[in-house]
Write a protein that binds this ligand. Sequence first.
Ligand code: SF4
Length: 68
Amino acid sequence: MKITIDRTRCMASGNCVLALPALFEQDEEGFVRLRDVDPASFSQEALEEAVKSCPTAAISFTPESGPA
Ligand code: SF4
C-alpha cells in the first residue's frame, strides 16, 4: 500500500490530520506531510476516509494489488 501526497494541491486545511493524525502531519506552514510510519498499519477504510476528507484531492493511495 502506497500513500501519495501532492503538496502542490494542498491548501493546508488540516482535514487529513484530523482524520488520521498518526499518519499525516502539517509542516510549519500547515502543508501536509507524511509521518514515518507504515501505511499498511492502517485499515483501508481509515485511509479512504482520510483521502475523502481532503478538499483538494491532494491525497491518494494505491492498494497492494495496484501499480507500485
Ligand atoms: S486535507 Fe488535503 S488540503 Fe488539507 S492538509 Fe490534508 S492534504 Fe492538505
